[in-house]
Design a protein around this ligand. Structure first.
Ligand SMILES: [Zn+2]
Length: 83
């Protein structure tokens, strides 16, 4: 993608996919945890920890903007987008 030139749909899709993947990689979903002491649950990957007496590990959700990006990519891919 060169500065000042019109962008193509393929370029938009490519950037959106890279951006989505980059965000996904950087968000820990805390899938691998271990017990630390009596009350702590600790994430092996990022080190976040949660105390059982404060509600424990919260349900982990990826931000909805990732779904928005996926939908946008699908729309662009399927030619539903209007330019
Ligand atoms: Zn984590």
């Amino acid at each position: 993608m060169k500065k000042g030139e019109a962008v193509t749909k393929a370029e938009i899709i490519s950037v959106l996919k890279k951006l989505r993947d980059e965000v996904e990689i950087r968000i820990c979903t805390h899938e691998d945890t271990y017990r630390g002491g009596v009350i702590w649950e600790i994430c092996s990957q990022c080190g976040d920890k949660w105390a059982d007496d404060e509600g424990g590990r919260p349900e982990n959700k990826l931000p909805s903007i990732l779904d928005d990006a996926d939908n946008l990519i699908k729309s662009l891919d399927s030619q539903k987008a209007i330019f």
